[in-house]
Design a protein around this ligand. Structure first.
Ligand code: GTP
Length: 359
């Protein structure tokens, strides 16, 4: 197969990552030094994908301004924009207009927020061998309640249970991991011109019609970067090399330091420091993402947090598990904990207060 095509779904609003997603679509936020979509494209390319269609909606121009025709990233790139978000299935159908492959060829579809060490060629081979309509990438998790459950018998999917509510509904620990191999002609069966969810409509419909839906359980790395904690974790895992990405600038290590950044304190556990950012003396930054030009004062502790572009954190602050929007200013001595979100350009004065969303 000369051309292997892929659709990336990058049109979501990313509400769980607000306020970082007010101006930037979630997949374009910097993860380990580059927009997350750049990692996804590099990983797909390494697996043999040669053409990628980005299914965009929210802030579509941010993608095309950065990626252009894809030549600088080693793939041919095309875009399909939805005027109104069409949901996951509607977006796949809409993006398929830009595919060049034949009706029986495989199309690799990715949610735009999953980080994975999935063996894509092995999954495509399994799809071919099973002569399947669709193959679903499944992963096992300890607590499957927030996900779509996908029980299997042998390698065949038997049901698709979106976000189970009761203990009786938790029939498996296998969840939909957000990557699919579709037979092209199956995409063409998805209705046009209205929102469609693959999770709620397309997959259950295929099962009801007795079509061949393969469950491909991959035991390797998987993370959905949809929440702030997972976002910081995913970035740290790329920086330290827990999961490989050809788009990581440089070699894996304890921290990634961007151009012109000054680190006087210590950045560890996969922290990513954006271009022109500053980390003051005796400060400790662990497993966090500092966007470009963020300024961390002296004697500051930052853990599992995302610090927006151009924001500043005063001396002696402690931040654990928080999101600070672009341009915000946190005065000296504040303690921000556990899910606190500071809106862009907000100013918190020097007042030694403790903010925690748990209280
Ligand atoms: P939250 O609002 O925080 O749940 O994030 P999200 O908007 O990204 O939604 P979700 O994580 O459920 O979406 C899974 C993937 O599908 C993401 O990569 C989204 O970008 C993408 N997606 C969701 N809805 C649409 C849509 O209507 N159109 C397109 N093109 N992509 C979508």
């Amino acid at each position: 197969m000369a051309v292997l095509e892929s659709i990336l779904l990058v049109g979501g609003k990313g509400t769980r990552l607000r306020p970082l997603t007010i101006n930037t679509p979630k997949p374009m936020l910097p993860v380990a030094g580059v927009p997350f979509t750049e990692h996804q494209i590099a990983i797909a390319r390494a697996a043999g994908v040669t053409r990628v269609v980005l299914g965009t909606s929210y802030r579509a121009e941010v993608f095309s301004d950065y990626f252009g025709d894809g030549s600088a990233f080693g793939v041919a790139l095309d875009y399909r924009v939805e005027d109104e978000p069409l949901g996951t299935g509607g977006a796949i159908r809409n993006a398929a207009a830009a595919l060049t492959c034949g009706p029986d060829d495989p199309v690799v579809v990715f949610n735009g927020d999953i980080l994975t060490g999935l063996d894509i060629p092995a999954m495509v081979r399994a799809w071919v061998e099973a002569d399947a309509d669709v193959a679903l990438y499944l992963t096992r998790v300890d607590d499957p309640r927030a996900f779509g459950l996908v029980p299997t018998v042998g390698d065949r999917v038997t049901a698709f249970l979106e976000k189970p509510q009761t203990p009786e509904e938790i029939v498996t620990d296998q969840i939909n991991a957000g990557c699919y191999i579709f037979r092209r002609s199956v995409i063409d069966e998805i209705p046009t011109g209205r929102p469609v969810s693959v999770e709620r409509e397309t997959f259950p419909g295929l099962l009801e019609a007795g079509r061949t839906v393969l469950g491909w359980v991959d035991p390797g790395y998987w993370l959905d970067l949809g929440t702030p904690l997972a976002f910081a974790q995913g970035s740290a895992d790329i920086v330290t090399g827990v999961v490989g990405s050809p788009a990581l600038p440089g070699a894996p290590g304890p921290a990634l330091v961007g151009d012109g950044a000054q680190v006087r304190g210590e950045c560890t556990a996969g922290t990513s420091v954006g271009a022109g950012a500053v980390v003051g003396e005796r400060s400790q930054v662990r497993s966090s993402v500092l966007f470009d030009r963020a300024r961390i004062g002296s004697d500051v502790v930052v853990e599992n947090s995302i610090i927006g572009a151009g924001s500043s954190i005063g001396d002696g602050c402690v931040l654990r598990g928080v999101v600070v929007g672009d341009g915000a200013r946190i005065g000296a001595g504040n303690e921000l904990l556990d899910g606190v979100r500071v809106w862009p350009d907000m100013v918190l004065d020097d007042c030694s207060v403790r903010f925690s969303s748990d209280q």
